[in-house]
Ligand binder design. Structure first.
Ligand SMILES: NC(=O)c1ccc[n+]([C@@H]2O[C@H](COP(=O)([O-])OP(=O)(O)OC[C@H]3O[C@@H](n4cnc5c(N)ncnc54)[C@H](O)[C@@H]3O)[C@@H](O)[C@H]2O)c1
Ligand SMILES: [Fe+2]
Length: 406
């Protein structure tokens, strides 16, 4: 069978078009963000404009106790939006908790879900908003099942860390605490993100430190990601610049409004960066130890981050030198290698300064667990965008190094 001139031309054009598309990138973010002190007071009018009549608030138990839902409730009331509240969220949510939350949402029949709290509350809110009109389970979604969100979704963070308010990701733990499911879907991107740093003033120093280092890890992993693009790169760089300056102040003086709002913005930028560029080996490894030994997410990242930067340095020295510039530790008379080392050293120092551990020694991790942990890390979605190929032996060696530090 002979091929016509038109068919040849179509094939050539298709190849060229595909190459052009491959060199481009897409960037996803919430359609609307409201920022500034008191911005939660505008949630009612924003949801009214979207035709919402009834909201379901998914809140962290501590946050509810502290009265941090009050402004949102007043705003909903003023806009004539009725609401019910599920405020049973505790740190690091499980599939069982998501199911309980979904059952309550089903009973109340809301057309919007509002998450208020740290990443744990926001991720639960995102998961139930996606699952309410689907028969899929969390495990199904993690295995690639598709679900379409039909209710509106609002995310109001009360910690400056996960950036979940601007990511298309939810992280939910298996009930037996052996595994964290990382689910990614365009339907998980909130319709509205509200950034009110005032809600973060009372976060205790240890949580401020852990969540802040989580944000720094997002920014650094996104900056080094093999799928980075010019926008994610700019967001990640700016986030690193802000965190190294604002985090020590937010930890040491939690009532400093400027430090709190800088951290809120830095976590938001890091969230946008990694949601669009992906993460890396730190997260692939920290999900495993976080789940099995119940190490808070930010603490697990803090322990692993300098070691993984050191491992990745072989393939991204110039990017690490740029990170040293963002951190203010690069000098003109340094070689690129020295600048990369300065970035790793400054990261380790920051972890120490804000009082987080740099070792796995005091946790219940046993040397005989390391092979299983490494195999699970190899299967984690976050590994896909790590700049350096990591083998099982490499991962075991990194865990081992963290375990041997005293
Ligand atoms: N969806 C994403 O993109 C994403 C990214 C990274 C991590 N995560 C996940 O997010 C979860 C961690 O979230 P997190 O680090 O924000 O912690 P968290 O939500 O578990 O909260 C940590 C602690 O801080 C308390 N808290 C929250 N806000 C407070 C406030 N304003 N004042 C006083 N106490 C407050 C909580 O009650 C809790 O005890 C993990 O499950 C992690 O895997 C999700
Ligand atoms: Fe994280």
């Amino acid at each position: 069978m002979s091929i016509t001139e038109q068919q040849v031309s179509d094939i050539v054009n298709l190849t060229i078009d595909q190459t052009i598309t491959l060199n481009g990138f897409s960037f996803r973010s919430p359609p609307l963000t409201l920022s500034g002190e008191g911005s939660t007071l505008r949630v009612g009018e924003s949801l009214s404009a979207l035709g919402v009549h009834k909201a379901f608030i998914v809140a962290d138990a501590v946050v509810a106790e502290l009265g941090l839902l009050d402004s949102t409730r007043r705003s909903l009331h003023r806009s004539g939006i009725s609401y019910s509240i599920f405020d049973d969220i505790v740190a690091e949510p499980t599939a069982g908790l998501v199911q309980r939350c979904k059952d309550q949402l089903k009973t109340c029949g809301a057309d919007a879900v509002i998450g208020i709290g740290g990443g744990s509350a926001l991720d639960t809110a995102k998961a139930v908003a996606l699952l309410i009109d689907s028969n899929a389970s969390i495990a199904d979604l993690a295995a690639g099942a598709q679900a379409e969100r039909k209710v509106r979704l609002v995310a109001i963070p009360t910690t400056a860390g996960t950036g979940s308010e601007v990511t298309d990701i939810t992280v939910i733990m298996e009930d037996d605490h052996r595994h964290k499911y990382v689910i990614k879907s365009a339907h998980l991107m909130p319709d509205l993100a509200i950034l009110d740093a005032h809600l973060m003033i009372g976060v205790p120093p240890a949580v401020t430190a852990a969540t802040g280092i989580d944000a720094l890890t997002h920014a650094i992993e996104a900056y080094l990601s093999s799928q980075r693009n010019p926008i994610s790169e700019a967001m990640a760089f700016a986030s690193i610049q802000m965190i190294v300056r604002a985090l020590p102040i937010a930890v040491g003086n939690g009532s400093n409004q400027k430090a709190r709002s800088d951290m809120a913005l830095a976590a938001y930028k890091a969230g946008l960066a990694f949601s669009n560029a992906g993460l890396g080996l730190v997260h692939a490894m920290s999900h495993q130890i976080g789940a099995r030994y119940r190490i808070p997410h930010g603490v697990a990242n803090a322990i692993l981050l300098p070691e993984v930067m050191n491992f990745n340095a072989l393939v991204c020295r110039s990017e690490l030198a740029n990170i040293a510039r963002a951190m203010g530790v690069a000098r003109d008379n340094m070689t690129e290698r020295e600048q990369a080392s300065a970035a790793i050293g400054a990261t380790a120092e920051l972890v120490k300064d804000v009082g987080l551990p740099d070792s796995l020694a005091k946790f219940d991790v046993k040397p005989e667990d390391l092979n299983v942990l490494a195999d699970d890390a190899l299967a984690d979605i976050c590994l896909v965008t790590n700049p350096r190929h990591a083998s099982s032996a490499d991962i075991v060696a990194i865990y081992q190094a963290c375990l041997e530090k005293q």
